[in-house]
Design a protein around this ligand. Structure first.
Ligand SMILES: Nc1nc2c(c(=O)[nH]1)N[C@H]1C(S)=C(S)[C@@H](COP(=O)(O)OP(=O)(O)OC[C@H]3O[C@@H](n4cnc5c(=O)[nH]c(N)nc54)[C@H](O)[C@@H]3O)O[C@H]1N2
Ligand SMILES: Nc1nc2c(c(=O)[nH]1)N[C@H]1C(S)=C(S)[C@@H](COP(=O)(O)OP(=O)(O)OC[C@H]3O[C@@H](n4cnc5c(=O)[nH]c(N)nc54)[C@H](O)[C@@H]3O)O[C@H]1N2
Ligand SMILES: [Mo]
Length: 583
């Protein structure tokens, strides 16, 4: 168990390799106390292996069985190729997940279908120590069960039925609360013993409250250590550490830094967000962001394919040039996995170097080199099922409602591959091969089976119209012709890059609205609704406004009744038509 699905569970319930439940450590007194509470003589005596160490041990054959719950290490851990090799040789791999197919589940001998956040019943704790009841708001799909139920069933099968006899999360919560107060006497801050005797009804109605929740403070504790006494004498225990520079250093062979992280509309390894078409519109392809000077040195232009390689491995992503990126440092997202791209996993490049204190890997600093990745053609493929691809093809999958959508890049011309595919499937093929590129539609009994558009560069096609043709094939010859051209039969204006995912508002509409006088994110919201739901596109709206901004209204401000005149730099003045603005 790691990370997001169980951050506080790790810290408080005992899901971390390095500590016992309820803030107890691997000290002899704590081990003995836990043994007394649970009536067990078999409490682990030493910390377990942390994530990176664990996969090393599996790789060496020292750990022979692993149960992975709620994490996707084949994507998210450094040196993810070594993680894959370790999983491939492990004698027993069990994976509990809410998604049927993940990169990690591909190595599983046993898979358990778990329930997700909105489907299960229990409590969650946030980072201000606030415990809240979590009630399901979605029906449980198929054969799924909550993780606790799966664990308890496994324990029963292994002969520990009595210790895992819970029927409801309420019972688990009360046991947990009782342990938190067991022989505590103020020694451990995490004490919710006042909740150990909740009835099922009280548990169901529990209002959010902050731990500790004790007999002295039954309503919870908004501020820890507020009185300067209590827990460990009321003193903070600070650990001095000597900061270390990253172990990776750019050198002649790998002269650039690679920084990795998130993009706005994806979550971690994309198991939950990657299949949502609306979220895929914002950045449908993995980008490697670079300063124009680094790009120029590698002969890379905006939108080119770039290969980023470290001593560890390589990935291929689409170059995005940006002044916001410091020279010498690249950025690539952590999200893409083997289900969404042939070569999109950034952790293939990252070395498994960890902080000695926290075990945290050095995910933000990898020495890399950059080169242009040449392709003879790039294309967009729409199809009903994923066809076999030629071995030299690079591919990226994207969620789209109505059909599958792949972006492809290849070295050998795609004609032969497509002909072979159509022959083996018995499809009729319609081609257009001209200066603009090679396009093809495949039909069976009047139904569209596949649409393919390629050129030297990725062609711009009307995605929504093409997707719709899979359920409602174009009726007229003209419409079929338009489809072969990659256009819609109607002439809906292209949206451009989608900025607001909530309402599907594209860059073109936003630019037009700015040109028509919308001069703030709020006004854009009034006109187009963009930015008015989750708000995460507001920084991008502001950036678009700034790009097209004329003189700010605030040029002459009034401060405290006095008129203040703002000065602008030479460069700004030079950019203003007529030079009428300024002092
Ligand atoms: N290079 C690089 N690597 C990184 C990072 C980085 O910045 N750069 N960031 C790191 C950080 S901070 C994190 S937190 C990790 C995240 O890495 P992971 O934790 O591996 O990523 P997730 O995609 O969140 O994986 C969660 C899995 O649990 C499943 N799941 C969700 N809810 C439940 C549930 O209730 N029960 C069960 N059984 N399964 C569930 C999801 O479908 C998914 O497969 O990645 C780390 N890796
Ligand atoms: N959309 C989306 N949001 C998420 C997540 C997601 O997957 N998707 N994941 C969530 C999770 S689990 C986490 S942990 C958080 C992570 O949230 P953050 O930590 O805010 O996000 P990161 O993108 O990992 O980027 C960390 C920042 O640190 C900078 N940085 C890298 N190296 C150094 C350094 O040596 N010194 C300094 N000072 N800065 C450095 C990077 O340039 C980057 O700006 O995001 C959470 N929010
Ligand atoms: Mo995280």
């Amino acid at each position: 168990l790691t990370g997001q699905p169980n951050a506080m569970g790790g810290r408080e319930v005992g899901g971390l390799a390095s500590q016992l439940a309820c803030h107890m450590a691997f000290e002899p007194a704590d081990i003995a106390r836990l043994g007394r509470f649970w009536g067990s003589e078999r409490i682990a005596q030493t910390p377990g292996l942390m994530a990176v160490e664990l996969f090393d041990a599996i790789g060496r054959g020292e750990v022979k069985a692993v149960w992975i719950m709620g994490t996707n290490p084949a994507v998210s851990l450094p040196d993810s190729d070594a993680v894959r090799q370790a999983l491939a040789r492990c004698e027993l791999v069990i994976v509990s997940d809410i998604t049927a197919q993940t990169d990690t589940a591909a190595f599983a001998h046993i898979r358990f279908p778990a329930q997700g956040w909105g489907e299960k019943n229990g409590t969650v704790t946030n980072s201000e120590r606030r415990i809240s009841r979590q009630r399901p708001f979605l029906p449980a799909p198929g054969d799924t069960h909550p993780d606790w139920w799966i664990v308890a069933q496994m324990a029963r099968r292994l002969g520990h039925g009595e210790a895992f006899a819970w029927q409801h999360p309420h019972e688990i919560f009360c046991e947990h609360a009782a342990l938190s107060g067991f022989e505590n006497d103020g020694a451990r801050a995490f004490d919710i013993s006042a909740l150990a005797t909740l009835t099922r009804e009280q548990y169901d109605a529990l209002a959010p409250l902050q731990w500790p929740v004790t007999a002295q403070q039954p309503q919870g504790t908004p501020r820890l250590l507020a009185t300067g006494e209590g827990w460990r004498g009321g003193r903070l225990n600070m650990v001095a550490v000597t900061p270390a520079l990253p172990q990776a250093r750019p050198d002649a062979a790998y002269p650039l830094w690679l920084n990795t992280g998130r993009i706005r509309d994806q979550w971690h390894t994309m198991t939950r967000t990657g299949s949502v078409a609306r979220l895929m519109q914002h950045q449908p392809l993995p980008q490697v962001v670079m300063h124009p000077s680094d790009a120029a040195r590698a002969g890379i232009g905006d939108g080119d394919l770039a290969e980023v390689a470290s001593a560890q491995g390589f990935m291929v992503a689409w170059a995005a040039l940006s002044d916001a990126q410091p020279p010498g440092a690249l950025f690539a997202p952590m999200h893409w996995n083997a289900r969404f791209a042939s070569h999109g996993r950034v952790n293939t490049l990252v070395a498994p170097v960890c902080c000695p204190h926290s075990g945290q890997p050095e995910s933000k600093q990898t020495a890399v080199r950059l080169q242009k990745r040449h392709s003879a053609w790039q294309g967009e493929l729409f199809c009903r099922v994923m066809p076999p691809l030629a071995p030299d093809m690079l591919w990226w999958r994207r969620a789209l409602d109505g059909c599958l959508h792949f972006t492809l890049a290849g070295r050998t011309p795609p004609h032969g591959w497509l002909r072979q595919l159509a022959d083996s499937e018995g499809w009729q093929i319609q081609y257009a091969d001209g200066v603009g590129g090679f396009h093809a539609l495949a039909w069976r009994d009047g139904a569209l089976m596949l649409a393919f558009y390629s050129g030297q560069r990725r062609p711009t096609v009307q995605t929504e119209t093409i997707a719709a043709a899979f359920s409602a094939p174009p009726a007229s010859a003209a419409a079929r012709h338009a489809l072969l051209g990659g256009k819609g039969a109607g002439n809906a204006p292209a949206k451009g890059r989608i900025i607001c995912s909530c309402f599907g508002v594209g860059e073109n509409a936003i630019r037009a609205a700015i040109a028509n006088g919308c001069d703030s994110a709020a006004r854009l919201g009034d006109a187009l609704r963009c930015g008015t739901n989750c708000g995460s596109c507001i920084p991008e709206l502001k950036a678009l406004l700034a790009q097209t901004a004329s003189l700010p209204e605030a040029a002459n401000e009034t401060r405290g009744g006095e008129r203040v005149t703002l000065e602008f730099g030479e460069e700004f003045l030079a950019r203003q038509a007529g030079g009428q603005v300024g002092r």
